[in-house]
Unconditional design. Structure first.
Lengths: 464, 428
């Protein structure tokens, strides 16, 4: 047994260091199960002090490590690609402070996203970033990936809602980034840290902004008979200067899967696609904008636009949308979800082309995505046991990425680069760009121990 | 290999898990332990590894994490992909049972296969326990430090079944529905599923159920030759015994010309409703089991279906509801109990936070894994304390015992009752 294992056991207790290969199996992948790499150990810290202790041991022994929350990430970010130790933060799940007067909450990284919103709902607040996995994913993971979600169209990403962080750097040093205020003096290290995909250190405490619930909310469902019409309606809404709080698209394959699941929301299964549109704000403006949106959908070929009658119907529609990714598991044993961003005006030309790429490779595809942001999520349904199909999935993914970059888009909207998209990084960055990023990373993690093998492509010869 | 065979016919359900992880926060053991291996997704991952030959059936980790599962099926309620976790789990446990068993598991299996299969033997086994629970020394024994921990726990649970506590006889006003109410005679005929432990230890709940049914104009038939539903067997992986019991119940209740087969224990109800699937491979019984299952109703479900008529006497209590997993998740009966409770006259209803999360009872889980069961119980009691309720209602024998024991040990002044018992109080 390696000596560092005994040292870790001393910190958290024998029971809370997993080293038995059979018990490490479940930790070989996260939400994107196509990448599998078992860790050398999993350790369960319950406090910031324990995290510091663990990191110091691993730093001293030069053992690579990474933090993991609920393992719902979709870029392979919580996979121990180079072996090493996973720090499972699920037990650090306490809400430490809720301060309505200053509209903020202080939480541990293992707090589940939705739990925070539930905790403040009665007081009239919510935590705005709402990834589709919000009922399971942790805020620590959200910080690492700079998670988005349907309502980020209006409210912004995780980075816009994090006010401060306590971070354990890879050498075990503890620093506080940001604070309780809206802006910290000096360089925006907080902004740099959020979205660093676990490569700069481990978060042990997060201060987030709480947002007041809007006075009025209206949720519309528009259905269309062609994907092209649906895309045009999206572009029209954005071009008209309306900012819905969410503007989501689901195509027929997705609708069918959702309607067959426990999250069935009464979506029309004969539509080519639907738009789920939400408006919030002052009642008067919401009314007015809703009328404009109905009109824009109609002129772009909507067959029907309905308004959710009550909170229950609204909740049902959103549950259907958020369960969509999982519901696609009904179609095939494995699922590859892509995450790319395109300029919103290009949606009508790009989306049909994405379907054509899938067809060319003989793959089944379902699209469910944040249309208002131009954040595509093509889901490819496949069977991992069929190696030829796996090869075609990979090739199709690459073509889709190349297409998105070609029209002026980029590689990820919210899932992160992780392990899955490293190979695409040269599509958008030059060697010099990547080199500059590697230098930034080295400031935080000179030894390359913290979540190695993620974000930046590994090159044999480093310039320094 | 047995594994491959049993898992093969569940393979499609196993493969339906695409690892999205939405089940994690619904899983009580994951919420407590934070270990992927103790989450539904992690357990499915281990089972898939066995099916794919990456993990041996003799794996220590597999046995441990499958054993730690409560079988509450909360994961099924949230699974977008429709993984039939409960069925996969039962198949896995059946396979594991063939591989090896601990001494405790052997003992439990002996009881399941040779005692719970016979109403007569159950009667003999439970007779002394009924005597015991009325003895003052039993309470002293349970409160003292003489007994080994496991035995003390069993005794506490037994005492938590005693009719002296929380029964309709000790509530503020003694009210029992009058059978004469059935004189209205709408000619509804129902068969009553009495349950095995429930018949022996929950007489008052069963009586309340029958009397409320009569007050609704039902003629109630309680076939004396019915047997245990087989749920404990199926959950432990003793599928063959479960099937034998199911066949017998199918035969017994076929003789009842009843429009519904009413059950007041959530765990039994879930099993009875799944007889169709349990006996799907039996050509002689498949169709009959499906017909049987189609008639099964939880008492709350049935009363709402035929039009609930609560009595007129107000109970004047603040009440909360804890959803039994096998009603809420396995049977998906979620609104009927709430509707029933809200319509009891004189009720102030307060919702219970995390009411859909298991209390830790889970059949005989609390006896097998007392430490984890108590952690879940503690979590539940914290939420109960905050409701300020006089009574917590829950429609399952195991939960009633487990919660009542917890409430008493914590010194809370909350009564734990079956919803039907409170409803029964409202009749003149």
């Amino acid at each position: 047994m390696a000596s560092w294992i005994a040292e870790l056991q001393e910190i958290v207790g024998r029971e809370d260091v997993l080293t038995d290969p059979e018990r490490l199996l479940a930790y070989e992948c996260d939400g994107l199960s196509i990448h599998k790499h078992p860790p050398a150990a999993v350790v369960f810290p319950e406090s910031a002090e324990e995290v510091v202790g663990i990191v110091k041991v691993l730093w001293r022994h030069r053992v690579p490590f990474l933090a993991r929350g609920a393992g719902t990430g979709l870029s392979g970010g919580a996979v121990a690609v180079e072996g090493g130790v996973i720090l499972e933060l699920a037990r650090m799940n306490h809400i430490l402070e809720i301060d309505y007067a200053n509209r903020l909450a202080v939480v541990e990284p293992g707090v589940i996203n939705l739990m925070l919103t539930r905790a403040v709902a009665d007081a009239g607040y919510f935590y705005a970033p709402d990834p589709s996995s919000q009922m399971a994913c942790t805020l620590g993971g959200n910080v690492a990936e700079n998670a988005g979600g349907p309502h980020c169209l209006k409210y912004g990403m995780t980075v816009h809602h994090v006010l401060g962080l306590d971070v354990v750097l890879p050498n075990g040093e503890v620093v506080t980034l940001g604070g309780h205020g809206t802006d910290a003096v000096g360089y925006d290290l907080l902004g740099l840290f959020v979205g660093s995909e676990g490569t700069f250190g481990i978060v042990t405490k997060i201060t987030v902004r709480l947002t007041r619930q809007p006075q009025a909310v209206k949720t519309l469902l528009a259905d269309f008979l062609s994907v092209e019409d649906t895309s045009r309606a999206v572009s029209a809404i954005i071009a008209a200067g309306i900012l819905p709080s969410a503007l989501e698209m689901m195509d027929r394959a997705t609708i069918e899967a959702v309607e067959a699941s426990v999250y069935a929301a009464g979506l029309p299964t004969d539509a080519a696609a639907v738009l789920l549109i939400e408006l919030d704000g002052l009642a008067a403006s919401v009314e007015h904008e809703a009328e404009r949106i109905v009109e824009l959908c109609r002129t772009n070929g909507a067959r029907q636009v309905i308004v959710a009658r009550d909170e229950a119907e609204r909740a049902r529609l959103w549950a259907g949308r958020k369960g969509a990714f999982g519901a696609l598991g009904r179609i095939s044993p494995d699922l590859m979800v892509q995450d790319a961003v395109i300029p919103r005006s290009t949606l009508p030309e790009v989306l049909p082309e994405v379907y054509r790429i899938a067809a060319r490779y003989g793959l089944r595809m379902a699209n469910v995505f944040h249309a208002g942001d131009g954040n595509l999520h093509p889901n490819i349904c496949f069977d991992g046991r069929d190696s030829d199909e796996v090869r075609r999935v990979k090739e199709a993914c690459r073509e889709i990425m190349e297409l998105c970059v070609r029209v002026g888009g980029t590689l990820t909207g919210e899932h992160g680069i992780g392990l899955d998209k490293i190979a695409y990084m040269p599509l958008v960055f030059t060697d010099d760009d990547l080199e500059a990023m590697a230098r930034v990373r080295a400031v935080f993690d000179p030894e390359g121990l913290c979540n190695p093998g993620k974000v930046l492509p590994v090159r044999r010869c480093r310039a320094f | 290999m047995a594994v491959a065979r049993a898992l093969a016919h569940e393979a499609e359900k196993l493969l339906a898990c695409i690892h999205c992880g939405l089940c994690l926060s619904a899983c009580p053991t994951y919420l407590q332990l934070g270990d992927e291996n103790d989450s539904p997704r992690g357990r499915l991952y281990l089972m898939r590894a066995v099916a794919e030959g990456r993990l041996p059936m003799t794996s220590e980790a597999l046995a441990r994490h499958i054993d730690l599962c409560l079988g509450c099926r909360a994961c099924e309620t949230v699974c977008p992909s429709g993984v039939r976790y409960g069925r996969v789990l039962e198949a896995m446990r059946a396979d594991l049972a063939r591989e090896r068993l601990t001494l405790g598991q052997r003992g439990a299996r002996f009881l399941l296969n040779h005692v719970f299969t016979s109403p007569m033997r159950l009667r003999w086994i439970f007779a002394p326990t009924r005597w015991l629970r009325r003895r003052p020394f039993a309470r002293r024994l349970a409160e003292g430090g003489l007994l080994p921990a496991r035995l003390k726990l069993a005794l506490e649970l037994l005492l938590a079944t005693s009719p002296e506590a929380d029964s309709i006889f000790t509530l503020p006003r003694e009210r029992r529905p009058s059978p004469s109410a059935s004189a209205r005679g709408e000619g509804r005929r129902v068969a009553f599923f009495a349950g095995c432990v429930a018949r022996e230890l929950f007489e008052q709940t069963n009586r309340a159920t029958k009397e409320v049914l009569m007050a609704h104009g039902c003629e109630v038939e309680d076939p004396p030759d019915q047997v245990c539903c087989g749920a404990l067997h199926a959950h432990a992986g003793e599928l063959e015994t479960a099937r034998a019991l199911a066949r017998r119940n199918v035969r017994v209740f076929e003789r009842c010309a009843a429009e519904a087969l009413v059950v007041n224990v959530a765990g039994c109800g879930a099993m009875l409703k799944e007889y169709g699937e349990l006996l799907a491979g039996d050509p002689e019984y498949a169709e009959r089991a499906r017909a049987f299952a189609a008639r099964v109703r939880d008492i709350s479900e049935y009363l709402i279906e035929i039009g609930l008529r609560p009595g007129s006497r107000p109970v004047g209590l603040t009440v909360t509801y804890d959803a039994p997993c096998h009603l809420h998740h396995a049977q998906r009966v979620t609104t009927a109990p709430l509707e029933l409770i809200r319509r009891i006259p004189g009720i102030t209803f307060v919702p219970l936070v995390e009411s859909e999360i298991c209390c830790g009872s889970a059949g005989i889980y609390n006896l097998r894994h007392p430490e984890l069961a108590d952690r879940l119980l503690h979590r539940k009691l914290e939420h109960l304390r905050r409701t300020g309720a006089d009574v917590v209602l829950t429609g399952n024998a195991g939960c009633l015992m487990h919660l009542r024991r917890g409430v008493r040990r914590a010194g809370l002044s909350i009564r734990v009752m079956h919803p039907i018992e409170l409803l029964a109080l409202t009749y003149e």
